[in-house]
Design a protein around this ligand. Structure first.
Ligand code: PMP
Length: 403
């Protein structure tokens, strides 16, 4: 089945310097299936028009298509469509939420995040803390980079934070967090919970109603969709009560020089012409995922991940960081004192695409006392053969570095 699915991804059929591409950078962005490429193409060739405006046929059809994807995503996440806001991506979503919640904060408040966060889930809160006087504090994480769940629950109870913002899965290490357990504790103190789902949307397909979070953010490009699009879920009363983030056309009810009134959420958070083709392309990605059994993909990803981890553990000198028990399929490793960039560059000469560096998690790298790691990130379209090629290439790389 996986061999069949791989054929849906044109870029996986290509070569890098005459070597077949082995793509292991899906945590940065996933490859796109043909149906997503076709949907974007079809929109511009046959359906192109602006949304929410015209009485004409094309505009009405574009609006219907665009809004139907909001509905599709709402069903995918098991929430209501009026709770979905489209943005440029997870980064913009987190900025919107941090800005929106900032008026609820003062110097007596605590914002709790984890040391594992992507910069996009650190810097907006840092800015808000700076402006409001609220304190930004950290959940406990081990030397290996694993969140201590029990100590985290205790800390939430002790600190009673106004906001808890944490990733569902770490982009740097792949660790999956027991979000439901953290939310359960946070709810006792009316803490607003924000979940960074950039890495979990594709791999974990979360049911947000079951999870019980107040906000959830994502990027479409990390779940087979186009770049430049993402969004957020917000529990409706909370979402609708937040102040507008950016202003302009579309998000208004009435503008006059004596003042402006705004639409209800989600409209009030979507100023200007949206990324219509991106939304439509993402709709095709969601249809594609809906048509495949999620358990089959999860099972393949998990066994591929363990196959990879076992092979890496057999190589002397490799250190794997993070949680290898609960993981979305990301392996972050270092090899002795060799520079991560050198390893990734050598691997590239074998057609193996991995990421190296701090992965936009500099505080985590500081916590682990590392400059950076080599990150191998899997998706369901990776094969055992890909992993075998990677391991051979890595052994050759190590031989070269040791010479
Ligand atoms: N959070 C996490 C966990 C991520 O992995 C990323 C992207 N690497 C982001 C936030 C930011 O997403 P984007 O760059 O698509 O806005």
């Amino acid at each position: 089945m996986i061999e069949q699915l791989r054929k849906d991804f044109p870029l996986l059929q290509t070569h890098i310097d005459e070597q077949p591409l082995c793509y292991f950078d899906s945590a940065a962005t996933t490859q796109k299936p043909q149906c997503v490429i076709d949907a974007v193409n079809k929109f511009y060739r046959q359906d192109n028009a602006n949304v929410h405006r015209g009485a004409h046929t094309l505009s009405a059809a574009a609006t219907t298509q665009y809004e139907s994807v909001r509905n599709k995503l709402a069903q995918f996440l098991n929430v209501s469509q009026r709770e979905i806001v489209w943005t440029k991506g997870a980064t913009e979503s987190l900025n919107l939420i941090a800005y929106g919640l900032s008026e609820k904060l003062n110097q007596n408040d605590v914002i709790l995040i984890s040391p594992l966060e992507h910069h996009a889930n650190i810097v907006p809160w840092q800015q808000v803390a700076h402006r409001t006087g609220a304190k930004l504090e950290l959940l406990p994480v081990s030397k290996q980079g694993i969140l201590d769940l029990e100590a985290s629950k205790t800390l939430i109870s002790a600190k009673k934070p106004k906001i808890l913002s944490i990733c569902h899965a770490s982009n740097a290490l792949g660790n999956i967090h027991d979000i439901a357990a953290l939310i359960q504790v946070a709810k006792q103190f009316d803490t607003i919970t924000v979940i960074d789902g950039a890495q979990s949307l594709l791999h974990l397909r979360p049911d947000l109603s079951a999870m019980g979070c107040d906000f959830f953010v994502f990027s479409a490009h990390k779940a087979l969709g186009p770049t430049g699009l993402g969004g957020l879920f917000g529990r409706y009363e909370l979402l609708n009560s937040m102040p507008v983030y950016q202003t302009g056309g579309e998000m208004i009810e009435r503008v006059s020089f004596s003042g402006t009134t705004f639409r209800e959420a989600p409209g009030k958070f979507e100023p200007g012409t949206p990324n219509i083709s991106g939304v439509i392309g993402f709709g095709a990605a969601l249809d594609y995922l809906d048509a495949i059994d999620a358990n089959t993909l999860a099972h393949h990803e998990a066994s591929l991940y363990h196959y990879l981890v076992n092979a890496l553990k057999k190589i002397d000198g490799i250190s794997i960081w993070g949680d290898t028990e609960r993981n979305i399929g990301v392996v972050s490793f270092t090899y002795k004192n060799e520079h991560h960039f050198d390893i990734a560059t050598f691997l590239n000469t074998y057609g193996v695409a991995v990421r190296s560096g701090h992965h936009c998690t500099q505080p985590l790298m500081d916590h682990l006392s590392l400059q950076g790691t080599v990150r191998i990130s899997l998706a369901f379209y990776n094969s055992y053969q890909d992993v075998d090629i990677l391991i051979d290439a890595l052994k050759n790389t190590i031989d070269m570095l040791e010479e």
